[in-house]
Design a protein around this ligand. Structure first.
Ligand code: ATP
Ligand code: MG
Length: 392
């Protein structure tokens, strides 16, 4: 029999009445992620997802790798199914895990029997298979307390499954069960991490990026698209809205006091993001803000920025240290792209002495010469939609 993958569900098993909705969503997500790798059958039985190749043409290694990035899965194992028969289970363990076992000194067998018609208990299965393996590979010792390696045997409805240690899954909740949100994606380290953290809670993402050509180059835009593409490994395909922001930034520069440049710009970002979010069915905004990191991330500055929209703003990095953010950026594979040296539109017009404790009244006064509505309409018309998907 062909190898199959067993994916164990996380929190979603706790969700009572919503459970079937969650499971169906996860099944759809997994089927979609498997598509580039051939034809797979995806089914869920007793909180376990079975991913089974339908024919010999499937790219099993590619599919296995992709399964590690699917939210809603806590752990996963690649196994070899066989008949529910002790001789067959032993034979399969020798063939499938023999090389692993010969490279360690001690092992144990752990068994699970969800098919209660199987004559042996789980302890009985472990003893039988463990005894035969120890006999077949003489240099190998049984150590039930602290083994180098564990062989797992699961006797389930359809077959018995033999596998080695499971890998950790991506965790979280299946993409899509938590609605849609709009991530404000810059080219920095923080916003991709913020997007990932919200996506992990079951939220489908869309991105908006503010682009100030020629102050920021085409390369800066490519960098953001690459970051979005890297994020899709976890959160599935996304649309990136690239908003032409040059006219707004020039209008701010020409008409407003310098100390308020960043704050006014951020208010524009919120208003434009909100418009696109509402048009595209997104119910929250996500940013990479982090308390105290820069002048525009004081409590007072964030209050002024936040007041520009009535949508909730999720800032999952708000209380984290940079080190912690960087650790996640490395884990999700966005760090190397984030640190490529391309300018961000925020840095081009950065004031020398930004206002760190602004009030809304001060900011309103600072931008009284600007025609917000007209500037926003023109920026929206000057928006390009790019679809990104993960392709390895
Ligand atoms: P990042 O590392 O994500 O760039 P940052 O620490 O540099 O964040 P800021 O530049 O103050 O912080 O931006 C705060 C947040 O505002 C970003 O995390 C992002 O969500 C959003 N943002 C900033 N610039 C842009 C942009 N050009 N397009 C879209 N969103 C932006
Ligand atoms: Mg930035």
């Amino acid at each position: 029999m062909n190898e199959v993958f067993l994916l164990k569900l996380g929190e979603i098993v706790l969700k009572g009445g919503n459970r079937f909705q969650f499971e169906n969503r996860l099944k759809t997500n997994i089927s979609r992620r498997m598509r580039p790798f051939g034809e797979f059958r995806v089914s869920i039985v007793q909180s376990t997802v079975y991913v089974e190749p339908e024919n010999e043409n499937c790219d099993l290694d590619g599919a296995w790798d992709a399964c590690h990035y699917i939210f809603g899965v806590v752990s996963l194992c690649r196994c070899r199914p066989c008949d529910k028969d002790l001789d067959k289970i032993f034979e399969t363990a020798m063939l499938y895990l023999g090389d692993d076992l010969r490279s360690v000194r001690s092992f144990k067998v752990e068994s699970k029997r969800s098919d209660k018609r199987f004559p042996l208990t789980s302890i009985g299965i472990s003893q039988d298979i463990g005894g035969r393996l120890a006999e077949a590979i003489p240099e190998l010792e049984v150590d039930v307390h602290n083994p180098d390696y564990t062989v797992y045997v699961e006797v389930r409805d359809r077959a018995a499954y033999v596998h080695g240690p499971a890998d950790p899954g991506a965790g979280g909740l299946p993409t899509g069960v938590g609605g849609r949100a709009m991530v404000l994606l810059s080219g920095g380290i923080d916003s991709p991490v913020a997007g990932y953290m919200i996506a992990k809670r079951g939220v489908e993402l869309e991105c908006v990026h503010f682009f100030s050509y020629p102050y920021t180059s085409e390369l800066a835009k490519d960098k953001v698209l690459e970051l979005a593409r890297l994020m899709t490994r976890y959160c599935g395909r996304m649309t990136v809205n690239i908003v032409g922001f040059t006219e707004i930034q020039e209008a701010i520069r020409d008409n407003c006091p310098e100390e308020f440049f960043t704050l006014i710009m951020r208010r524009f970002m919120m208003k434009i993001s909100e418009r696109i979010a509402r048009d595209h069915g997104c119910e929250a905004l996500v940013t990479g803000e982090n308390l105290g990191q820069v002048a525009s991330q004081t409590m007072q500055a964030m209050a002024v920025t936040g007041a520009a929209t009535t949508l909730p703003i999720f800032q999952p990095l708000i209380g984290m240290d940079k080190e912690e953010i960087v650790t996640i950026a490395r884990k999700i594979g966005t760090m190397e792209t984030s640190i490529l040296p391309y300018e961000d539109c925020c840095t081009v017009f950065t004031p020398r002495h930004p206002k760190t404790k602004p009030t809304i009244a001060q900011v309103d006064k600072a931008c009284e010469k600007l025609d917000f509505d007209a500037l926003i309409e023109r920026a929206l018309q000057n928006t390009e939609l790019v679809k990104v998907r993960y392709n390895g």
